[in-house]
Design a protein around this ligand. Structure first.
Ligand code: ASP
Length: 430
């Protein structure tokens, strides 16, 4: 966007989102303290409770957008991704293994550090998180009763089943039509691309309202409960940072043993991309820089760089997966519910798919997180608590998402350095 277009916007919109959220956080704290900081005047309690309304509306909108977003993201990727056969399988294995490791690290750290034990909120009565786990029921539940039902129920496993079925079939039909010289598939491809873009644009509107939601929820929480709930959030931030750090170490080890790139070269060559990811909180916005860094600074072949950074980045959001799994466990801990191992297994399963469906834009992880919560019966209104710290943690997990794409590219490039075909000579000072 040009500087002139940015300057034309109202002052508030010219402030970057993370600053807006930080300002809202401070204003919310001030109002909360003014309203009693844990000892509110009983006459005010009713309207203080209403401060949560913007947050509830934002969460409802995120929940509503989650299923179309995942469905369209999967269909769009199936229709447009250009992956040569063998590399496709290798890419799929790498993406799946990295994401699974990320979630396991997240769950391990959350189980050991127990950040949610630092605070306690009353659990709502309607929660089903303590329901017994029934794997056969889960299997029976995979197939939806009606095609549109997963969209209505926000059922992520059924939705993925549907999305994969239609994705595979549409890709096959497209291939067949290309071979037969037909072009009818173009209309469907365009329609899906436009709908996908439309959902993302609406998502941007909702995200623009996040500062107001943060202001309301912080003011209400501080006014009614004081600062106690924020203690556990501090512990949560530390736990997430520890887990993301461990995931970064895992990447470096994999790059060291699985590719010709040394960890130093990886970090110094990729630093532009990692810093951009941190400062924009968007892996999609960072994509061109990641691609360039892999190609020109690290010196990978174009095919490996594009598979990891351009194709992989659509599906590969390890930081997001780790974060969503930890959030589910954290909220369960804060509510005093224990998520048994089978339920944590559902968290793994849904977080894998939820991270695949997360768009590479700021706060997108919050959208698909609603599906992980729903899958294990956790009340989604507690995601509101996480909104207050998401502006910072989003940046950190986005950097890990991009680091994951870079790792996949290096591993695809192999243990022996191959000459680049593009003629670009990487600088060797890295
Ligand atoms: N902001 C992240 C990204 O762009 C997605 C997320 O919210 O987790 O990769």
């Amino acid at each position: 966007m040009s500087q002139i277009a940015i300057n034309d916007r109202p002052l508030w919109q010219r402030i970057p989102l993370y600053l807006q959220i930080a300002i809202a956080l401070i204003l919310g704290l001030i109002l909360g303290v003014a309203l009693g900081a844990g000892q509110p005047n009983p006459a005010n309690v009713a309207w203080i409770n209403n401060l949560v309304i913007p947050c509830n509306l934002v969460l409802k909108a995120l929940r509503a957008l989650a299923t179309p977003l995942i469905l369209l993201a999967v269909l769009h990727s199936f229709l447009t991704a250009n992956i040569p056969g063998r590399s496709g399988r290798r890419l799929a294995v790498l993406l799946f293994s990295n994401t699974t490791v990320a979630i396991l690290i997240g769950l391990l750290v959350a189980n050991i550090l127990q950040p949610g034990k630092w605070g306690r909120l009353a659990a709502p009565t309607e929660t089903s998180a303590t329901k017994a786990f029934d794997p056969w029921g889960l299997l029976q539940d995979m197939v939806p009763e009606a095609v549109l039902k997963p969209l209505v129920d926000n059922n992520v496993l059924q939705l993925i089943f549907l999305a994969l079925a239609f994705g595979i079939v549409l890709r096959g039909l497209k291939q067949q039509q290309i071979e037969e010289g037909k072009t009818a598939y173009v209309a469907i491809e365009d329609a899906i691309a436009i709908l996908f873009e439309a959902v993302i644009r609406i998502l941007h509107w909702v995200i623009a309202l996040v500062p107001i939601a943060v202001f309301g929820i912080v003011a209400k929480t501080v006014a009614l409960q004081g600062f106690a709930p924020f203690k556990s959030l501090g512990a949560f931030i530390i736990a997430v940072l520890v887990a993301l750090f461990l995931q970064a170490c895992y990447y470096l080890i994999r790059v060291h043993f699985g590719s010709w790139v040394s960890p130093q070269r990886f970090l110094s060559g990729g630093s532009d991309a990692l810093l951009t990811a941190f400062s924009t909180a968007s892996s999609t916005a960072t994509m061109p820089i990641t691609f360039e860094a892999l190609l020109e600074k690290i010196g990978l072949r174009e095919s490996s760089a594009s598979l990891g950074a351009l194709v992989g980045s659509n599906f590969n959001n390890d930081g997001t997966a780790l974060y969503e799994a930890m959030s589910a466990l954290f909220v369960a801990q804060v509510l005093g519910l224990s998520l048994a191992l089978p339920q944590q297994f559902i968290v793994i399963l849904t977080a894998i798919f939820a991270s695949v469906g997360a768009a590479g834009i700021p706060e997108a992880g919050l959208v698909t997180m609603t599906l992980v919560f729903t899958a294990v019966g956790l009340p989604t209104q507690y995601i509101a608590l996480l909104i207050t710290v998401d502006w910072f943690l989003d940046r950190c997990r986005t950097a890990i998402n991009v680091m994951g794409d870079m790792t996949v590219s290096c591993l695809l490039d192999g243990k022996k350095r191959q000459p680049q075909l593009s003629g670009i000579e990487p600088s060797d000072e890295n």
